[in-house]
Write a protein that binds this ligand. Structure first.
Ligand SMILES: *Cc1c(COP(=O)(O)O)cnc(C)c1O
Length: 422
């Protein structure tokens, strides 16, 4: 499928007059339409809730939009819990799916009324010692081990992942938790990442539903919800077929009818913790070509770098690039599109065929709405960009300002050595 930016060159020029590149731009209309679709896809399950994975796009303005569609938040840290609280998420609207968890974070999550999802059987003792009791509602993360494969060859390797409990452990955990007073149980698993197939959730649901039936039968623990976690992907490459969330919801419904209903478990709520699917296509990184270099290869230097978007450097991830205003020009130039870090992996594209790029051209780097800005760091003393929201009426709003040198030097505020630049 052809990848088109959600913003016109004219609008981008208007924005860039006010906010210097690079910046992140989010598409409010796209976010809303997609959130509505997710809601519709699982409307057959009265208890359904999408807990948006905050780590994907930790911005209060974004969280508040998703909240309007009934979303909760899935948190993995103290600050994500704080952001959820500040945005008005209450009680069971907060899921705490962390791992290697500091005890004080269990405490804070519980104080907010959030649901604690235990990554490991040893965390039972940690939670009990920290809180003084076991919460009545509690969830356990499952890891079946081995290799997880789907019919289109997509696979992931749960056996090699640090997350979750083994089959034996989750049965034991349910028994212990029940004995210690837990009353409503959840099961959670994340077995494959960025799956671009409608099969993933239905297959995962089948596995978890069967496990739930066995767990409830053998331990007597009441399974109240099953959390399919994240992992629903987006087509980063133009030749990929996007997921159909309605088909995914329907696939999960079929597994529910086949496995849970006959077992008398027709009151189980289905939860999801999607991050990427909720936001990735509805954000882009906008950058400008500032240098061209002709050595052993052709390079285009842009004003963004891996600090703004780490996925290509970290995973060799593909992000489609549109040279704005040249959509109809032939892609007859082979470029490495690079940032300014003193790291040779700071490349947004390698050997990419693109239209001829002129200095000053605006480039849109697609599908950066999730795991984009949030993964950023400050290597080379580079500062993180602003985040902007393109509203449905065409107005744009700053939803995070760009970092300043003062932010970078803020952790020296106990002494006066950097005062000159603050
Ligand atoms: C990262 C993560 C998610 C979101 O994953 P996506 O691939 O963005 O959907 C959900 N749940 C947990 C526990 C995670 O670690």
């Amino acid at each position: 499928m052809e990848k088109k930016p959600f913003v016109s060159l004219e609008k981008l020029r208007e924005i860039a007059e006010k906010f210097p590149t690079p910046f992140y731009l989010y598409d409010e209309k796209g976010i809303r339409e997609n959130a509505e679709k997710v809601k519709a896809a699982f409307a057959w399950n009265p208890g359904f809730r999408e807990y948006f994975a905050v780590k994907a796009t930790p911005n209060p303005f974004i969280l508040k939009i998703l909240k309007e569609y009934g979303c909760g938040t899935d948190c993995s840290s103290m600050t994500e819990l704080m952001m959820s609280d500040a945005c008005g998420f209450r009680g069971h609207e907060i899921m705490f799916s962390s791992n290697d968890t500091p005890p004080e974070e269990f405490k804070f999550a519980h104080d907010l009324g959030g649901i604690i999802n235990l990554d490991d059987i040893t965390h039972i003792r940690c939670v009990e010692e920290t809180l003084g009791f076991i919460p009545e509602t509690i969830s356990c993360r499952y890891n079946p081990g081995g290799v997880f494969t789907m019919s289109n060859g997509i696979m992931d390797n749960p056996g090699d992942a640090k997350y979750g409990m083994t089959t034996e452990q989750i049965f034991e955990a349910f028994r212990i938790l029940k004995e210690k007073g837990a009353k409503r149980f959840g099961i959670h698993a994340f077995l494959a990442s960025n799956t671009v197939t409608n099969e993933y959730y239905p297959i995962l649901a089948g596995t978890l539903f069967e496990l739930a039936v066995k767990l409830q039968r053998e331990t007597g623990a009441k399974v109240a919800f099953i959390n399919l976690s994240g992992g629903v992907g987006v087509p980063y490459r133009p030749d990929q077929e996007p997921n159909d969330i309605m088909a995914i919801g329907e696939g999960v419904r079929r597994a529910y009818e086949k496995i849970l209903v006959p077992a008398g478990m027709n009151d189980v709520a289905v939860y999801t913790e999607m991050g990427r699917f909720m936001l990735a296509p509805y954000g882009c990184l906008v950058t400008r070509a500032i240098h061209e270099k002709h050595t052993y290869k052709e390079y285009i230097g842009v004003d963004a770098c891996a600090v703004n978007l780490m996925r290509p450097a970290m995973y060799g991830a593909y992000h489609h690039i549109t040279v704005m205003g040249k959509e109809q020009s032939p892609c007859d130039h082979r470029y490495d599109v690079v940032g300014s870090l003193c790291e040779n992996n700071d490349k947004f594209a390698v050997d990419r065929m693109l239209p001829e790029i002129a200095m000053g051209d605006l480039l849109v780097i697609h599908d950066t709405g999730a795991h984009g800005y949030s993964m950023g760091y400050n290597y080379n003393g580079k500062l993180k960009s602003a985040e902007l929201l393109l509203k449905e009426n065409g107005e744009f709003q700053m939803i995070r300002r760009a970092e300043t040198p003062g932010d970078y030097f803020a952790t020296f505020d106990f002494c006066n050595v950097m005062d000159k630049y603050r």
